[in-house]
Ligand binder design. Structure first.
Ligand code: PQ2
Ligand code: NAD
Length: 210
């Protein structure tokens, strides 16, 4: 499976099915700013409420042939193997991205477990082998990746921007950035030693730290 991150802001995405699994996919699509439509005779309380407040569009009826055609990304999340296959075939025939929740071998993408810390996203896939393992790893890695990782990333990104503007030689920039990420900076941030971290950062940038 090819790992990738999709920019879905404003994109029309379809979720067919309205149970707990469909709800989970609707939530993750909304988190990415997608324009979400649900087609399903029944919806969870969350789906009903978000349709009422206009966050999503919900068509309370079974999937019909042609429904999937207008959408960029489609998730087949009904409890019917046949309906999910029909959704998949229609999407695939139109060159769409299609995920099928009840059959990892069907569909042209799967949804990973994701950890988000600001600009950082960590996606975990087991290639469909055991999603419960992806979930377990997400929980373990979440406790390892505390809020300091976001501060660290923001700081390195800020420095990188500065170096891109001020240091024309790519080798020197890369060396400085590597020094920075391999230094004690992250562990200092983890301990809350922000002043020390700032001083270390300046020493590295001034070439004083080996
Ligand atoms: C990661 C996560 C993302 C999400 O859905 O948001 C996700 N499944 C999650 C949880 C989970 N899913 C299932 C259980 C119950 C235990 C079990 O049965 O194993 C649990 C655990 C739980 O609920 O505790 C059941 C299940 N899942 C699939 C099948 C069908 C099959 O295997 O063919 C069945 C059997 C259904 C049945 O009984 O019929 C298939 C898929 N599930 C995937 C993703 C894709 C592959 C991901 C990968 O590569 O690992 C894929 C292929 C399709 C897809 O959905 O994209 C999310 C964790 C989110 C998080 O917590 O962070
Ligand atoms: N991918 C995953 O992470 C994962 C996890 C658990 C289960 N599953 C699979 O996902 C399926 C769905 O799980 P669930 O708990 O949300 O199921 P559910 O039974 O609670 O919900 C099924 C939904 O599909 C809708 N539906 C049924 N026929 C339809 C049709 N013709 N057109 C449109 N919508 C239709 C129903 O109205 C309902 O909203 C399960 O059958 C299981 O195989 C996948």
């Amino acid at each position: 499976m090819y790992g990738a991150f999709l920019r879905l802001k404003g994109r029309s995405c379809l979720v067919v099915g309205g149970g707990p699994v469909a709800e989970r996919k609707v939530i993750s699509l909304l988190e990415c700013g997608a324009d979400v439509t649900v087609i399903a005779p029944q919806g969870t309380d969350f789906i009903v409420k978000r349709a009422e407040d206009g966050t999503i569009r919900w068509e309370a009826r079974p999937f019909q042939s042609g429904d999937a055609t207008p959408f960029s990304l489609i998730i087949a999340a009904t409890d019917s193997v046949e309906v999910n296959r029909q959704v998949y075939e229609e999407g695939e025939a139109n060159g769409r991205l299609v995920n099928v929740v009840n059959d990892q071998a069907l569909g042209n993408f799967t949804v990973p477990a994701v950890i988000r810390r600001g600009a950082l996203s960590v996606a975990i896939s087991t290639s469909g082998a055991a999603p419960v393992v992806a979930k377990k790893l997400r929980e373990e890695l979440e406790s390892f990746l505390g809020p300091e990782i976001e501060l660290f990333l923001d700081k390195v990104a800020e420095v990188r921007k500065r170096l891109l503007a001020e240091v024309p030689e790519v080798e020197r920039r890369t060396l400085l950035l590597r020094k920075l990420v391999n230094s004690e900076l992250l562990s200092m941030m983890r301990q809350g030693e922000h002043e020390d971290a700032e001083q270390l950062l300046e020493r590295i940038l001034e070439g004083l730290e080996e």
